[in-house]
Structures are given as C-alpha cells and as structure tokens.
Design a protein around this ligand. Sequence first.
Ligand code: SF4
Ligand code: SF4
Length: 207
Amino acid sequence: MSHPKSPEPYRYTLAERLYLPLLSGMWVTLRHFVGNLFGRRKSVTIEYPEERRQYSPRFRGHHILTSRPDGSLRCVACFLCATACPAECIHIEAGEHPDVNVEKYPVVYDIDMLRCVFCGYCVDACPEEAIVMSNNYDMAFFNRASSVVTKEELQKPFTYDSSRLGYRPRYPEEEAMRAEARAQLQAGRVDLVGEARRRQEQAAAAR
Ligand code: SF4
Ligand code: SF4
C-alpha cells in the first residue's frame, strides 16, 4: 500500500461549496419541529412542571424523615446513616430523649443536598426506617445555604405527596403483587410449564 508523500488539500464538492449539507441538517430540525407542533405524541419532551414524568417507585429523590403516630421523629440519632453516607453530607447532633425507651433523638438533622449523591445508603443503613426517599425531584436552590435542608424540611418536604414515595426498605405494593402471584400458582390457575412450552413453540415458529 502506497502512502501519500505530501498532504493533499481537501477538495470541497460542489454541494459543499453551496452549503447544501447545512440545508439538509436544517431540514431535519424543521421536520421535527413541525412534527412535534402538530403531532405532540411524537415529542419526547414534556411541559414540566405542569406535566411530570412517572418515575420508578424506587426512584431516589428528596429524603423524608418518617414520624411515629404521635408526630415525633422515628430517628433515634444512632448516626448509622451519617456513617454510611459516602458523601459525608448528613450532619446530626443528638440529644437526650425524655422517654427512656427512646434514649436519643436528633436535635439537629441536616442533609446537604448539593453534596448528596442520592445513593440510598442512608436508607439501607437505618435500623428504624426513619429515613426514606421520595419521588420528589424538585430540588432547585437559590443559594448555597438553602441547599442544606433541615430536620423540619426533611420531615415535610414542600412538595411531599405520600403517594409518591421513592426508595425505601419495603414495597408493600410489590409484596402484594408477589403474594397474588403465589396464590394464583398455588391455586393451579397458572401453568408455568405449559406457558414455557407455549413460548418455546412461539419462538420456534417465529424463526
Ligand atoms: S443518599 Fe447517599 S449521599 Fe445522600 S445522604 Fe443518603 S447516604 Fe448520603
Ligand atoms: S435516620 Fe436512622 S440511621 Fe440515621 S440517625 Fe436516625 S435512626 Fe439512625
């Protein structure tokens, strides 16, 4: 194979000299613009915040500190979440609880949301299910100080909706689905072997 001895200058084609590839790029943009304007279902974008995406029930959003039925925080200030946190963004100051059965409570419980990496380790580490995560991803801050959310804000995040819980230790809805599937299986209403054979035959026929 021969190698060029000297660099050859690139020769523009006539279409390139007339900027025609640029026009074809603009045509793609125009086609999508008009398509989205009149057939909105093709659009992949949404009109946030009026329109919101449904995220997974395991979405790791704004944290929530859960409460006991009497309204007090379930947190016993054991520091396990702060120890497990890889971003070191949880700050807790413990105080003595008046109830001897509880022992401690968090006088201060802050999370620096700009340092948090939303890994969920704090939820996993908590022995009291005192911290869970929500589906709330509305986290815009006007200054650095307001990104450090306090115990009061964590207990009731400003857009908190109990039907939009995110990452947490238990998923009662999934457990109910599994129990239903097990009941169907035990009642003989589901034929797993027959279903596997049917799919195998379908796959073979499709080949
Ligand atoms: S989600 Fe992860 S980074 Fe954020 S506070 Fe919990 S442990 Fe720390
Ligand atoms: S949130 Fe859970 S892990 Fe963290 S200090 Fe409170 S009880 Fe302990």
